[in-house]
Design a protein around this ligand. Structure first.
Ligand code: DX5
Ligand code: ZN
Length: 220
């Protein structure tokens, strides 16, 4: 496994100062931008959509890791490819034909991610694990930043890493929700290699240093 990646979630950025916060991430040692798109249907909240992402992409200088928390994401796969998404993650719970959705994402030139809500078993990925590039394990119920980390995540990540190894798959395992300096190292030990962090980064006194700290803990 290579160096663990840190992906600040722009949901926790200051939306009135997005350019400033994007540049902060550009100049930090963060690896990816994590972009949370919510539709108010799949999750009980609305974040931002394509016009905002289009403006953001003018400034971002690192890969865009786009996390769609929307129903029927197939409708927008090409749109997100055109906007510059590098990784497009859909929720297994939102896709009736997940295999087809994954193929469509890859055909559009992006890496394909699948997110699982806390209650969703990793077993839904058993027959598709070699087809996907990233699994996003939700360690909170999606919809809001700043929620409490669900402890069962460690065990779920261990089982997912074992499933991946058993199938000779090469997935990234990303953790999303409630990631802090308290759980970063243990998540990596369990098998995670991408940590998303929103409020822990942007509510801190010095987000640049916080990103550095997370990297240090994750790669120790
Ligand atoms: C939650 C989003 C997360 C969120 C994480 O629905 O998918 O990416 O921004 O925020 P924190 O790190 O504050 O839990
Ligand atoms: Zn997210």
């Amino acid at each position: 496994m290579g160096r663990v990646k840190i992906a600040p979630s722009m949901l926790a950025a200051d939306f009135a100062n997005l350019e400033r916060d994007i540049k902060l991430v550009n100049n930090s040692d963060a690896d990816w931008f994590h972009i949370d798109v919510m539709d108010g249907v799949f999750v009980p909240n609305i974040s931002f959509g394509m016009p905002v992402l289009k403006s953001m992409a003018k400034y971002t200088q690192k890969p865009l890791d786009v996390h769609l928390m929307i129903v029927d994401p197939d409708r927008y796969i090409q749109t997100f490819a055109d906007l510059g998404a590098d990784i497009l993650t859909v929720h297994a719970e939102a896709c009736t034909h997940l295999h087809r959705t994954v193929q469509t994402i890859k055909a559009a030139g992006m890496k394909a991610g699948v997110a699982l809500n806390p209650h969703t078993s990793i077993s839904v990925l058993e027959d598709i694990i070699t087809e996907i590039d990233l699994v996003c394990i939700m360690s909170v119920n999606p919809g809001f930043g700043g929620q409490k980390f669900i402890e069962n995540t460690y065990e779920k990540v261990r089982r997912l890493r074992a499933l991946s190894t058993a199938n000779k798959a090469t997935i990234h395992i990303e953790i999303d929700g409630g990631v802090t300096s308290v759980n970063a190292a243990e998540l990596v030990q369990a098998g995670a290699d991408v940590l998303v962090a929103g409020s822990f980064v942007f509510s801190s006194e010095n987000p640049t240093v916080t990103i550095q700290d997370l990297h240090r803990l994750a790669n120790a």
